[in-house]
Design a protein around this ligand. Structure first.
Ligand SMILES: [Zn+2]
Length: 186
């Protein structure tokens, strides 16, 4: 077994280049979700520099609101690895994990979470609740946000425009125009 994950604020064992490489893979999963009309959130699980699971939202097709990208990636990894491996596994996800997934990740002892944009409405790792670090029987995990956050936001904006265009009573044209401006605080 390789060395156990040792989270540190500098992430010395994982370069920025690695982080960007894996986030690009997560964004590709988000693109796949968008192509089939799912909320475009994608993720990958990484063990020792290797992707061992990937997922995208699948709630519409399955009509199951718990089929978030993280659940699918974990299921894939568990086909090959024991649950105990998650102590050494990092998650890269385009959007901050929701409250449900943040809790799941903690129960699985995820090593670290890297995310793109914040999830202001449902975020479970800082935006709404802080399930990664609140007192709990499970060890906390560190989270690092902001990697390619604008790409993650653009995926979501493209989805909402697409959804609105398919709605029976589309909102005004102004709202449908793709907003490519980013506020400095995003
Ligand atoms: Zn979730």
């Amino acid at each position: 077994m390789t060395s156990e994950c040792d989270p540190n604020p500098e992430n010395e064992d994982v370069t920025r280049q690695d982080q960007e490489r894996f986030m690009k893979e997560a964004l590709l999963m988000g693109e796949k979700a968008l192509a089939v009309g799912e909320t475009p959130v994608g993720c990958v699980l990484v063990l020792n520099g290797k992707i061992i699971g990937s997922g995208m939202n699948d709630t519409n097709r399955s009509m199951n609101g718990t089929r978030h990208a993280e659940f699918l990636a974990i299921e894939e990894a568990l086909q090959t690895y024991p649950r105990s491996i998650f102590r050494e596994v990092d998650l890269y996800v385009t959007v901050e994990p929701c409250v449900m997934c943040a809790s799941l990740l903690r129960q699985y002892n995820i090593c670290r979470v890297f995310f793109g944009c914040a999830n202001e409405r449902f975020g479970g790792t800082g935006s709404v609740l802080s399930l990664h670090s609140d007192p709990s029987i499970d060890p906390p995990y560190p989270v690092y946000g902001g990697i390619f956050k604008n790409d993650a936001i653009m995926l979501l904006r493209r989805f909402y425009i697409q959804e609105n265009e398919n709605a029976p009573n589309p909102r005004s044209k102004r709202n449908r125009e793709l907003n490519t401006e980013f506020a400095s605080d995003l």
